[in-house]
Design a protein around this ligand. Structure first.
Ligand code: ADP
Ligand code: MG
Length: 322
């Protein structure tokens, strides 16, 4: 199969979205933005040996390639619309491609995202997806708006993806059922798109937690020119992580909760006057939204342990070049 047959067979699904005037097959895609909307654009790359292992299941790679980008749209409060996929593959393995595109398009269909273009080359496996979303003009959430006294929230629970990775790397042990749940969070994260959209006009700042809570929260504080205090005891966690905290694995549990990447939950700030609104969003979406601390003037992030004492050192968040 040549390059163009491959694109046609696996990636070109024909017209779906009336807002796409020209999709796959031309030199560029032409889309019609919704009136009164700003476009929000993001790109994320997954590299073999760095973000995933050569043996990783293609269906989960297809899911994750899109999921991490949908998570960026969620953090901006945007509705995802269109995607472009730049893809390097070592060979044209039809089974592999069928599985990869099944993972990709199953998630794309759930969120009404249309693939409008891309690029395909031979090379070490590498997936680079660009996503385009929309928000009502001026309504995008950013990292820059946190204010003193704002509550700090996180969605869902943190640390499970990092815990699964620790088990895969032989640094921890879990029962089969617990491991399956943790592993699903690592392989097939669920982007919080509906939550991001509901937080427009409510959250003062937001970020998705891809590299670990403390590191990602610090990005908000840096961009907002603020400091913050959070309490370890308040960070929402799954039952296996809670059990690990009680046992000898406390250091690992803390590292998962504070610095574990790959959960793709949202961390956001909102004024204390918005507590009822946030609680209503949590109920409507059936997503736990937990208050873990508050924003202060000045700079610096204080993380208090279960007794209220500041942690002297924080587990390090992920950084490709540290
Ligand atoms: P060009 O030579 O102009 O860069 P290509 O030959 O690379 O165009 O691609 C042909 C068409 O197929 C373009 O519309 C491009 O956007 C699309 N395309 C290429 N690879 C992919 C892919 N992996 N997924 C979706 N569309 C793709
Ligand atoms: Mg090209």
């Amino acid at each position: 199969m040549n390059e163009f047959a491959l694109i046609d067979r696996f990636f070109n699904r024909g017209a779906q979205d009336p807002a796409v005037r020209t999709g796959i097959g031309d030199d560029g895609a032409v889309v019609v933005p919704s009136p009164g909307c700003d476009l929000v654009v993001a790109v994320d790359m997954l590299v073999e040996g760095r973000h995933f292992l050569a043996a990783a299941a293609p269906v989960t790679l297809g899911h994750k390639t899109l999921a991490v980008n949908l998570s960026d749209m969620a953090a901006m409060g945007a509705r995802p619309r269109w995607a472009l996929l730049a893809l390097a593959l070592p060979d044209c393995d039809e089974h592999w491609l069928a599985d990869f595109t099944r993972g990709l398009f199953t998630l794309a269909d759930r969120f009404d995202v249309t693939l409008i273009g891309g690029d395909t080359t031979r090379g070490p496996r590498n997936f680079c997806l660009t996503i385009v979303g929309e928000v009502p003009a001026g309504a995008a959430l950013t990292r820059a708006g946190a204010r003193p006294g704002d509550d700090i929230y996180v969605s869902g629970s943190l640390g499970d993806a990092a815990l699964a990775l620790a088990v895969l790397e032989g640094r921890a042990a879990l029962g089969a059922a617990d491991f399956a749940l943790a592993r699903a969070r690592l392989d097939t994260p669920e982007p919080r798109v509906a939550l991001g959209e509901r937080l427009r006009g409510v959250a003062t700042a937001a970020i998705d937690i891809s590299d670990g809570l403390t590191g990602d929260l610090q990005h908000i504080l840096d961009r907002s020119g603020m400091g913050a205090t959070i309490d370890v005891a308040l960070i929402p966690r799954s039952a296996p992580l809670a059990a690990l905290c009680e046992r000898a694995g406390r250091d690992l549990a803390l590292a998962c909760l504070l610095a574990g990447g790959d959960d793709y939950e949202l961390c956001f700030m909102a004024a204390p006057t918005s507590r009822d609104v946030v609680a209503a969003i949590a109920r409507d979406l059936d997503v736990p939204l937990t208050r873990i601390g508050c924003v202060s003037t000045g700079s610096g992030l204080v993380v208090r342990d279960e007794r209220g004492a500041p942690l002297a050192t924080l587990p390090r968040s992920f950084d490709h070049f540290s």
